[in-house]
Write a protein that binds this ligand. Structure first.
Ligand code: 13P
Length: 251
């Protein structure tokens, strides 16, 4: 039995005061969490504030990226060590916006996964095809390439600290979510690949989240699919009660 995870990726949104209000509202309508894990990924600037505000809850904290070094002369970077220090449990890696805006390659994502693991962070490892790749029938090829490159050199012990997030680029921020059937097809494919690389036991335990225009209106159908183990939510996570409504579809 896989415990689902619902994760909020705030991206570059919410100022400190908004973050405080979000947590206040969230706690107010906080659902019973025994049936899922909840992760919140604020921007770096509000990690500490959100960590303090969440004290006493079971919500876990995530950073949205790490640099390739642990410390030193890397102006503007934030290290895995720093995320751990501020109280993060997770880091999101390989997000398509990092790949697009910062030219992150599969091998860079792989390097970051290894660095994050070395610092005791769990990872939400994002992958997914873009619109053209889907139209050209390359979805499986792209997903396989990103998955296997990202996990290159990761042991079957280490993979227990990794959650995969399938985020088709064409569904992110567009309002056009993958249909439950489209998402399920890719999730099942990812699980098969994990089974081939790491065996059936690992594959049956690993959580594979779906991300891309998830909201409370579509989350029940998406989360009802056998290989969809939760959601990575962008836009709809910015409003606490909408995020709670998505969590509530699991209950
Ligand atoms: P949206 O939910 O805004 O489509 O974003 C999804 C996403 O990128 C989460 O990481």
């Amino acid at each position: 039995m896989r415990l689902p995870i619902i994760a909020a990726n705030w991206k570059m949104n919410l100022l400190l005061n908004d973050a405080r209000n979000w947590v206040k509202d969230f706690k107010h309508s906080l659902p019973e969490l025994s049936s899922c894990g909840v992760v919140v990924a604020p921007p770096f600037t509000s990690l500490s504030t959100v960590k303090n505000e969440l004290a006493g809850t079971e919500i876990q904290l995530a950073g949205q990226d790490i640099g390739l070094a642990l410390e030193g002369a890397h102006t503007g970077d934030i290290s895995a060590k720093m995320l751990k220090d501020v109280g993060c449990d997770y880091v999101i890696l390989g997000h398509s916006e990092r790949r697009r805006d910062h030219h992150e390659s599969d091998s860079m994502v792989n390097e970051k996964i290894k660095i994050a693991l070395s610092q005791g962070l769990k990872i939400i490892f994002c992958l997914g095809e873009n619109e053209k790749q889907r139209q050209d029938g390359e979805t499986q090829e792209i997903v396989k390439e990103q998955l296997l490159s990202g996990l290159s050199g990761i042991s079957s012990e280490e993979i227990n600290h990794i959650v995969i997030a399938y985020e088709p680029v064409w569904a992110i921020g567009t309002g056009n979510n993958a249909t439950p059937e489209q998402a399920q097809e890719v999730h099942a494919f990812i699980r098969t690949l994990v089974a081939q690389e790491y065996g059936d036991a690992v594959a049956s335990h690993i959580r594979i989240l779906y991300g891309g225009s998830v909201k409370s209106k579509n989350s029940k159908d998406l989360l009802g699919q056998p290989d969809i183990d939760g959601a990575l939510v962008g836009g709809a996570s910015l409003v606490a009660h909408e995020f709670c409504a998505i969590i509530n579809t699991l209950i």
